[in-house]
Design a protein around this ligand. Sequence first.
Ligand code: 13P
Length: 288
Amino acid sequence: MAESCAARNAFWRHFTTVFHLTPFVFPLKLSTTMEKVRRTLIAGNWKMNKTAAEAEELTRGILAEIGKVTDVNVVICPPFTALERVSKVLGNSTIQLGAQNMHFEPSGAFTGEISAEMLRNSFCKFVILGHSERRAYFKESDELINKKVLSALHNKIKPILCVGETLEEREKGKMLSVIKKQVLGGLAEVSKEVAEEVVVAYEPVWAIGTGKTATPEMAQEVHGAIRKMLAQLFGPVSEKIRILYGGSMKPENAKELLAQPDIDGGLIGGAALKASSFAELVKIALAQ
Ligand code: 13P
């Protein structure tokens, strides 16, 4: 889809230059209502993996394969200790840097924490917030996550707000109420003016690192419901907010997931730790 759009755009640019016409650029992705919608985003969450030297090596591998991609937004999120080194390696490439967490306060006596300003100084453009591993192991609440989301936006860092239900919650039929609480709680007091900067990641907890993936239909059901929640919060701007799927997304299942109307990309764990599989995912997204 992206490649055929690029080819069409090149043709029209040439055509309109020759005939002195105003160029019309086709949107990269069309919604069912034929309006311009969201640019696909593929983000790699490296979790607690890779020393700084290993992170550099992986980044170089990724750059060699997809360092010039523009039609899909690509983000990598190494551990804090590798951010500086990775940002130097990324240089002026089109791949953007993200972090995996942050504190909501700007500075102060918060031993072991990292602020939004520190992330911005390390050239982070994104930050993953409220990942289910942080909710489960570090008892992060929606209220705390909301403070982080507001602080990230205030500091011009795009928050990737993670939401998702456990298997038990799904089996008890509580899936959508759990997700609604996480979406409304995490995005409380976010204004319509900045809502477009937000990214939501739907990560069913039972699919993370397990090899089990939601079927495209299961994922679309939740993504569609999240889109409606965003519409309640932000009105028409919700059409511009990207909703990523995370939970064992890999080259073998990405095509069908990314083909769903409300799946705007992926938040990738295991498959982001190898340049070849991460690059393959980006190429699949490009071909949509
Ligand atoms: P996996 O892709 O390893 O299932 O991890 C998903 C995830 O937690 C991304 O944040």
